[in-house]
Design a protein around this ligand. Sequence first.
Ligand code: ADP
Ligand code: 5SP
Length: 458
Amino acid sequence: MKASGFDFSQVVALSGAGQQHGSVYWKTGASLVLSSLSPALPLHQQLQACFSISDCPIWMDSSTTAQCRQLEAAVGGARALSCLTGSRAYERFTGNQIAKLFQQNPEAYSHSERISLVSSFAASLFLGGYSPIDYSDGSGMNLLKIQEKVWSQACLGACAPRLEEKLGSPVPSCSVVGAISSYYVQRYGFPPACKVVAFTGDNPASLAGMRLEEGDIAVSLGTSDTLFLWLQEPTPALEGHIFCNPVDVQHYMALLCFKNGSLMREKIRDESASGSWNKFSKALQSTEMGNKGNLGFYFDVMEITPGIMGRHRFNAENIEVSAFPGDVEIRALIEGQFMAKRIHAEGLGYRVMPKTKILATGGASHNKDILQVLADVFGAPVYVIDTTSSACVGSAYRAFHGLAGGTGVAFSEVVKSAPHPSLAATPSPGASQVYEALLPRYAQLEQRILSQAWGPLE
Ligand SMILES: Nc1ncnc2c1ncn2[C@@H]1O[C@H](COP(=O)(O)OP(=O)(O)O)[C@@H](O)[C@H]1O
Ligand SMILES: O=C(CO)[C@@H](O)[C@H](O)COP(=O)(O)O
């Protein structure tokens, strides 16, 4: 930005977002380095010795099943943990990652004076000191009591000793956490009064960027596919997550994460459309809604929602088949991905309403033919905002909100003059009849695969 001539002296506030659940381990003494950085040198040269471990766990890590079971057992089971923290124990959630680090590398853990999320880590760089974790990203740790908005002592105790002091106290997501550090003032020309508003997770920031309203559903088609909803009241369940809302401290957001998103679509594009999104789109155009009854499940990595692995294809008679022709494969993938989203959102109590808008974002929201299938499966119009970087735009809106007063001011008021989303796809005639028949079949086949993999379900 500096090289392209951006005028940092005009920036009155900033905020940001980081992928959820990742954790950064600051070594004892790091805060001193952070607060006395030389503006003559880049960050990486000065911070190299500041971390207790060099490879940080990120959200795709699923190696903490043992720690998940320990945490659930410590608080009275999966449902009890979900009621407390908004989610049953998930491998990628930070509390379980911290517990694993403590168990497998106690030295690195004890040498860590502070543990940040990716979001609060980035905010710390701008502050020149440790930034608190915000309520919304803090909800992705299996440690925060989402109603009281304080760390759960039971969860902290089950994960690792002296954890509270390493995390610091969580704050409302729209809090001003301090002024920008002199490093950024001197090196880049920010004004010294520029405020840093707490950073949050990428999905909460996207909710802000898309200006989600009640009844709407946001679908982020990034590396992972995520789906989020605005909730007045938390309804924690054994599937999906409830987070504190990033723009309204009284409310909540629900999130469902599907790991086999764009990377899975890319694989099928490479195998069945010679690596071309254009050919991939043509396959969607040339096949009909409902795919003549052919259904597919494509999970090359262990899926989060639901816990299935592998590829499973079924013909119209529900008989498992080993392959589909290329075009059928592509439609089965996209229809299957969106039917799973609708079925699992409805499992959290979500219902498509006449006023429902689907707001699409992320890399694959560039693809109109994919969005058409989304509109058809949900029976609702799909809108896109004029940027796929909704988390970045949301961070700018959140900075503006924090500057305007944060918790005392309605977010919708602050962003009311922002551009409206534009219509990208409307349901095709006859779509609801097709998918009303197909959705229950998809759900039954999903249950069949799940029980084959895990035995009879609860
Ligand atoms: N025309 C397209 N059709 C479908 N998918 C696309 C298209 N263009 C980009 N993508 C997908 O978008 C993904 C990146 O999305 P993005 O939202 O930037 O990811 P991230 O989760 O890293 O933020 C790529 O993996 C790619 O598969
Ligand atoms: O784990 C989750 C949400 O719970 C992921 O959505 C991460 O937040 C990473 O997002 P992308 O990089 O895939 O956008």
